[in-house]
Ligand binder design. Structure first.
Ligand SMILES: NC(=O)c1ccc[n+]([C@@H]2O[C@H](COP(=O)([O-])OP(=O)(O)OC[C@H]3O[C@@H](n4cnc5c(N)ncnc54)[C@H](O)[C@@H]3O)[C@@H](O)[C@H]2O)c1
Length: 266
């Protein structure tokens, strides 16, 4: 099977693309012929990644002025055909102690910026005759992690926004989808994966037998932005190696009978 193709017009902004999943997305898109604007709050990381991919750097905090980042990317690329709202942050705190400033930080980057960057991109897409957006959600929306404050709620909001924008903007030739990564090795969770015991324990829980990589996510984003996905909008695609399907398998079961008869169904 041939790889998903980039559309005829292929100018894309990826937020938070200086490292991690965003860098994986930007790399796959560049390999498939997209011209990539690399945004990151870490200006050096944005410059280095843009130089490596033959793209343009658009440094800046997407949480502060999302529209300005989109406008700068469109100016640098001569227009915009796609947006990947990848930048996302944690502020770790139990829910009964999460502070208002932590709520505000996470909301600003994970949800408010997704909406405002998408609005700004819509204006650019209308000049280009259409466009596509992919947002980064998370499997946390169905399997919440402890002590991550507003993170889970913002990611559920990202998936809900994705569905609503798809409905409102479909007639304007704009598709809006989301990807929900599972366990993916990046700086966000490096403290876990740097420990070989924890890494192996987690790996063993994934049906496909490995922790995900940023390019696993990038390949699905590239598909969703391509014309091969021309009739898909409003969806959140889980990319987790099957991990979220394993809950029933983790339940305690009676031992198999002496005769090796199968365990009773749940
Ligand atoms: N890693 C995982 O296991 C995982 C799982 C599910 C969802 N996700 C989501 O995927 C996305 C990427 O996660 P990651 O693991 O690569 O994170 P990461 O922390 O490893 O990298 C995030 C990148 O975004 C940049 N960034 C952070 N805040 C920014 C801001 N305000 N403006 C611009 N750039 C900013 C950082 O400098 C960094 O380069 C996030 O939305 C995250 O919630 C990650």
């Amino acid at each position: 099977m041939s790889a998903p193709t980039a559309p005829r017009r292929s100018r894309v902004l990826v937020t938070g693309a200086g490292s991690g999943i965003g860098a994986g997305i930007a790399t796959v898109l560049a390999e498939r012929g997209w011209r990539v604007a690399v945004n990151d709050v870490n200006a050096d990381a944005a410059q280095q990644m843009a130089a490596a991919l033959g793209g343009v750097a658009v440094p800046g905090n997407i949480g502060a002025d999302p529209a300005a980042v989109v406008t700068a990317a469109a100016r640098a690329l001569g227009g915009l055909d796609a947006l990947v709202n990848n930048a996302g942050i944690h502020r770790r705190a139990p829910l009964d102690r999460v502070r208002p400033d932590q709520l505000d930080d996470v909301y600003a980057v994970n949800l408010r910026a997704v909406v405002l960057a998408s609005q700004a991109a819509l204006a650019e897409f209308e000049r280009a005759g259409g466009g596509a957006i992919v947002n980064l959600s998370s499997i946390a929306t169905v399997t919440p992690q402890m002590d991550v404050g507003l993170y889970t709620a913002t990611k559920a909001g990202v998936s809900a926004f994705t569905a609503q924008a798809a409905v409102e903007w479909g007639s304007r030739h704009v598709r809006v989808n989301a990807v929900a990564p599972g366990m993916t090795r990046t700086a966000m969770a490096e403290a876990v994966y740097a420990d070989p015991v924890l890494h192996e324990q987690r790996r063993a829980m994934v049906p496909l037998g490995r922790i995900g990589t940023p390019t696993d996510i990038g390949a699905v984003v590239a598909f969703l932005l391509s014309d091969d996905a021309a009739y898909i909008t409003g969806q959140t695609i889980v990319v987790d190696g099957g991990f979220t399907q394993t809950l029933i398998g983790l339940l305690p079961h009676p031992e198999p009978t002496q005769h090796g008869e199968p365990r009773p169904p749940q």
